[in-house]
Design a protein. Structure first.
Length: 170
């Protein structure tokens, strides 16, 4: 049986059409997958956790760069003021005695980017007896790491640590 040139062409088209359609669908799936991956990467926040010991002069720096507002969750306590214990914002013992009304920790509390936490935030959160504080911190417009440390100069007799978790808002 002989095929004329038009029949040969139609025969090739019938063979190539499913192949072309399969390739096209594969390319489209690849493009959609890459687009979703890029969107997910730019939208999903990466949570970062730092241990901030009461015994270090050097701030613990985030591995990531942040800009805008970030959610910060701070927990933990330690001894920084003689025999008194503090959390990120309050001194809650006087020696071995639990204070009825905790007082601001000031230079024995958390420091953020070289400033006492209340100064960096513009406020002091209400005392939390579980010593967990959640707040937003405005890093500014330029992406950069954030530094945290105990705001104290005489560290030799200190114990304890803060755990700081950072979650980008966007």
């Amino acid at each position: 049986m002989k095929f004329n040139s038009q029949e040969k062409h139609l025969s090739r088209v019938r063979v190539l059409q499913p192949l072309a359609a399969t390739v096209l669908v594969g390319v489209l799936l690849l493009v959609v997958g890459l687009t979703l991956a890029v969107q997910a990467d730019s939208v999903s926040p990466v949570t970062e956790t730092l241990d901030v010991p009461f015994t270090g002069y050097t701030p613990m720096m985030t591995a990531g760069d942040y800009s805008g507002e970030v959610l910060v969750i701070v927990s933990g306590t330690g001894q920084a003021s003689g025999v008194d214990y503090t959390d990120a914002f309050y001194r809650f013992t006087g020696g071995d005695v639990l204070l009825e009304i905790p007082v601001e920790a000031n230079e024995f509390g958390l420091e953020i980017d070289g400033n006492l936490a209340p100064e960096a935030l513009g406020f002091t959160p209400k005392y939390a007896s579980d010593h967990v504080y959640v707040f937003t911190y405005d890093v500014g417009n330029e992406p950069r790491p954030i530094g945290f440390r105990i705001a104290e100069g005489a560290l030799a007799d200190n114990t304890g640590a803060f755990v700081v978790r950072i979650v980008p808002s966007h």
